[in-house]
Write a protein that binds this ligand. Structure first.
Ligand code: FUL
Length: 693
């Protein structure tokens, strides 16, 4: 054989193993459309609730308010967009029309819009301003158009559908590219309806003839995602708290679900046997309400809370739609801005240095033994390449060698969802001190899964696919060591006098003092709740020994023990909640008329110099006491008025209220609610306390 012939044969033989064209796996089950793929990659974007409700201080307008009330003093959509962009968001969706029917653009089809408001002398168009600001900044723009319209006279009749579609067409033609159209599930009920002031119900399944409405969107904005409880492109996540299930299927038996679907809790997990690709979007407000209420200025979600939401949405393969209730000035409020920037700063640190990039990766099995599907595709930085196995293989492992013992606490993994969502169960093992140790045992992966692990030193990591609908197709793995979240801890004392100190990051050390002195690393170290039932000031810090960083100091003052306190005028067991040290729990009373009394037996005579009241903190709180009287009595029979007046500004700012007076020796106290902020016969309490001399 001549040398050249020999070389040709040799090359052919070698190529049989590695160069032969091994076809990729065929798609399994429903797969995302191109539009959905682009949307998955957005991951995180802003929602804005801003409309008439911002000025009337309500969540659901009735549809009867005068357009003259809409008058932001400093509206600046560029300010919004700058905050969103700096925070890493990729777009914004605005309430073009909420349930009250008021339109933020000068719709040709109604007078109930900005054109009859004093804002910009009736010449304003908020959608124009926002869409232009988005374009300048490179953010995508989306619209919320409420299907329910409590203003429109013909709501509930066929005419309304024409009106609704006409408005939709205005939104889809006049403001450039729209990336998402948001149709809310709340539908039908009481309303103004052009002056009829009545309750109207509609058949949610048939009234809107959704299929023909969707066609309009497809025609005018083919790239726009359609959101509703049931998709068709993205579904609601089944709660407004900011999470989607750890098990999160991007699939839905779509034809069984409709806006207003009663089994909406299923939407948190999707349907494993779903017929269509309908991924979840996690909509949540940075404040308790969707619209701005001054009374919620002290309830803006904290950075650790927002961080949890990020990991419980993006970290579970859902998109994160974070709502900003723009305020009456027409600006994103300073507190909200600070928090979302805080979140961005932490996320930047969490994903700063990727530790697995281009490290050796090996799999127990590779499709056709072809390098095209090799394990190394998962950490090559290319989202289009993936590791996969032969069709019949549904359990397999992939090991990444980190070369040296490395501290890690974040593991990110992605399926190549263009071929369907496949993985049903997986585990993650780490090679720790010469042994394999299971670090996590989970279910679905989908577009993205990020595991927050306790910090661990590993030299290798192994992803084990334990169960998969078809051969696994994994496109990406990333590994990080996120810094600890060093924020001031939360200090609480319950009725029994047990103190708990909570750090947002459980791995950090907490130090505290009970005498009001500044805590340092030589103070008491906190490990579990402890009894400290005296009048005291407890101070605490969180310390990250590794980085030397310490948190600001938290401080709480506690008065005398509440162990023996008893409410005398209620047998309701929930009444104990007003002494439990938890501001999120509450008790309320109602009567035929005001006043309403809260009578407490303190168990023994005390010298008291004041009292403190925290109103019910829940989103729909009721009975916030405005005018009060406060009485003391040594015997429980003869009462002495010690203080009376109002809790000024309590409606806007329902925080702890403190009233002091000349000391009194007393065993019994009575807080009398004379009037509440809603002028009804209710009194609600989150917490109650006294101040002793
Ligand atoms: C809800 C609506 O009723 C709220 O007002 C808000 O718009 C939220 C995003 O969806 O269901």
């Amino acid at each position: 054989m001549r040398k050249i012939e020999y070389l040709l044969i040799l090359t052919a033989v070698l190529c049989l193993g590695s160069c032969k064209q091994v076809p990729p796996p065929t798609a399994f089950g429903p797969v995302p459309s191109e539009r959905q793929m682009k949307w998955h990659e957005m991951e995180y974007y802003a929602f804005v609730h801003f409309s008439m409700n911002t000025f009337t201080d309500i969540e659901w307008g009735y549809g009867d308010k005068n357009p003259a009330l809409f008058n932001p003093s400093e509206l600046d959509t560029r300010q919004w967009v700058k905050v969103f962009k700096d925070a890493g968001m990729k777009g914004v969706i605005i309430t073009a029309k909420h349930h009250d029917g008021f339109c933020l653009w000068p719709s040709e089809y109604t007078d109930y819009s900005v054109k009859n408001s004093p804002w910009r002398n009736g010449k304003g168009d908020l959608l124009k301003e926002l869409s232009e600001a988005c374009k300048e900044a490179g953010l995508k723009f989306g619209v919320y158009l409420s299907p329910w319209d409590r203003n429109y006279a013909n709501y509930g009749k066929p005419e309304y559908i024409t009106y609704f579609r006409n408005q939709l067409k205005e939104l889809l033609t006049n403001y450039g590219d729209i990336f998402e159209v948001w149709f809310d599930g709340a539908n039908g009920g009481s309303g103004y309806y052009g002056g009829a002031n009545e309750t109207r119900s509609v058949d949610r399944k048939t009234y809107y003839d959704w299929q023909n409405t969707y066609k309009i969107v497809r025609e005018l904005q083919p790239d726009a995602m359609l959101f509703s409880d049931a998709g068709p492109d993205t579904r609601w996540c089944g709660n407004e708290e900011g999470w989607v299930g750890e098990t999160n299927w991007n699939l839905l038996r779509r034809d069984e679900v409709w806006p207003g679907y009663p089994n909406y809790e299923e939407l948190r997990y999707g349907h494993e046997d779903g017929t269509h690709w309908v991924p979840a979007e996690v909509d949540v407000s940075i404040r308790p309400g969707w619209f701005y209420h001054k009374s919620e200025d002290h309830k803006v979600k904290t950075v650790p809370e927002l961080l949890n939401i990020y990991y419980n949405s993006v970290g579970r393969g859902g998109n994160f739609l974070l709502n900003f209730p723009v305020d009456q000035r027409g600006l994103v409020h300073e507190i909200d801005e600070k928090r979302v920037r805080g979140l961005a700063a932490i996320l930047k640190e969490d994903f700063k240095e990727e530790l697995a990039k281009n490290k050796d990766a090996e799999a127990t099995s590779v499709r056709g033994n072809s390098s095209k599907y090799d394990a190394s595709n998962v950490n090559d930085g290319n989202k289009e390449t993936y590791w996969t196995t032969n069709d019949e293989i549904t359990t397999a492992s992939l090991t990444i060698d980190l070369e040296q013992p490395t501290e890690i606490n974040r593991f990110l993994v992605q399926e190549y969802i263009q071929l369907g969502q496949r993985v049903q169960e997986f585990t993650l093992d780490g090679f720790v001190d010469g042994d394999w140790k299971e670090l996590a045992s989970e279910t679905t992966i989908g577009y993205k899964r990020i595991l927050r692990l306790p910090t661990v030193t590993v030299s290798k990591l192994q992803l084990n696919i334990k169960k998969s609908k078809a051969c696994p197709v994994i496109s990406n793995i990333e590994v990080y060591k996120a810094p600890k979240v060093v924020v001031a801890p939360e200090i609480k004392r319950n009725k029994e006098g047990m103190i708990t100190i909570h750090s947002a990051d459980k791995e950090l050390e907490v130090y505290y003092t009970t005498d009001g002195s500044e805590p340092t690393k030589s103070s008491n170290s906190y490990s579990k709740s402890f009894e400290y039932d005296k009048k005291s000031e407890i101070k605490a810090i969180v310390l990250d020994k590794q980085s030397g960083k310490s948190s600001p100091v938290s401080s709480e003052t506690f008065d005398i023990s509440k162990k023996k306190w008893k409410v005398l005028n209620s047998k309701d067991e929930n009444v104990a909640k007003i002494f439990d040290g938890e501001s999120s729990t509450s008790w309320g009373q109602s009567g035929k008329k005001m006043p309403l009394d809260l009578i407490v037996d303190l168990g023994r005579i005390n010298k008291i110099a004041g009292f403190r009241y925290l109103p019910d903190q829940s989103r729909w709180s009721s009975g916030i006491i405005f005018n009060y009287e406060f009485y003391t009595s040594a015997s429980g029979r003869n009462w002495k008025l010690k203080s009376k007046g109002e809790f000024s500004n309590i409606k806007n700012s329902p925080i702890w209220q403190t009233k002091t007076f000349d000391t009194a020796k007393t065993r019994f106290i009575k807080l009398r609610a004379i009037k509440n902020t809603d002028n009804n016969n209710k009194a609600g309490y989150a917490e109650f306390d006294i101040i002793t001399e």
